[in-house]
Design a protein around this ligand. Sequence first.
Ligand SMILES: [Zn+2]
Length: 407
Amino acid sequence: MHTATTRARAPGLRFGRLFGVELFVDWSVLLVGALITFNLGAGLFRFWHPGWSDAERWVTAGAAAVLFFASVLAHELAHAAMGRLTGVKVDRITLFIFGGHAHLHGEPKRPLIELSISGIGPLVSLAIGIGATALGMGLSGTYELDWGNSEQAELVVSAMGPFATLLMWLGPVNVALALFNLLPGLPLDGGRVLRAIFWAATRDFDKATRWASRCGQLVGAGLVALGVLELLGGRLGPGIGFALIGWFLFSAARFTHRQAREREAFAAVPISRLMRTQMGRVPPQLAVDTFVSEHLMATDQRAWPVEAYGQFVGLVVWDDVRRLPQSAWAHTAVRELMTPRSRLVAMKPGEPAERALELFAERDVDQIPIVEGARLLGLVRRADLLKWYALQGGDDRRPTFMRPVSS
Ligand SMILES: [Zn+2]
């Protein structure tokens, strides 16, 4: 799976860097690793190898879990490598409970690029799957096996060494991984392939995204239904598994759909129409205690442009003040606290408001200054986007560009 960065969230534990891509692992992976190890050690491997010692079984099961995540990583690295080849930057990969996630920096520029980045991951999983299965069969001699003869089959399987056993498990699992990821709904790879096709047909990226994410909701709902059927049939493990994955897919697809609707609402509007222009501004030499008493406390404005002779030089926010001990307020100037203009994420007045959505998602900022040369024209906050979106008749209850209440 891979998606364009939707919101900066805690990516988990960093465990390395490969080809310029930061690698993270979410804590939920430990749970999945433990589940795989337990399932194989106490279940499948006991059945395949009644003659193995406990140590042999559990070590092989643990190795299987590690190899599983290694093959998920290979799948994600394939996305990242193809992204780099086609000019879409991938800055990090996160392994988490439902597999892996490559964070694309922005969206692909053409349908064909989208198609190649999305398609390569499942292809790599498929190649690992077929390769591991073939090698495992070669090592264990299961090629010549008459699978109809169950006694012979049991003998051959139980004679497999740990290495062949690992391959014979890893192979089919990777084939399943490829097939699952090819399910035709966003945010799965298959959904991206589908979007590339819709995109090529309609030449409208946002419309294609809406269609492909609706398909994702359908796939998700289908998996939940499958999970319920399994549960009704008394199969607790697969039932919960399908239902959880289905629900996760459904919500992710719904999120993607809403995002596409929002982008459409902001695509044709210049950011200057959304900015707030009526706000207080302060000079750089102003003492912080005066700033607090006469400006910060006097209004509910939280971000203050700092201007010297009509030139925009920086932005000071109430959080900057919070970090300064009160004893220092009297002899510190606002200039020393502010974020200078050169380090601010800014926009030009003519840029489409859609760009602000991307910036809010990618950068950890609460407002974007709109500048023309050295002059500040206004500020745009997330709440301003919300106001505009609601005015357009958009669903303003929980748009994706607002920060979640919890953070
Ligand atoms: Zn993928």
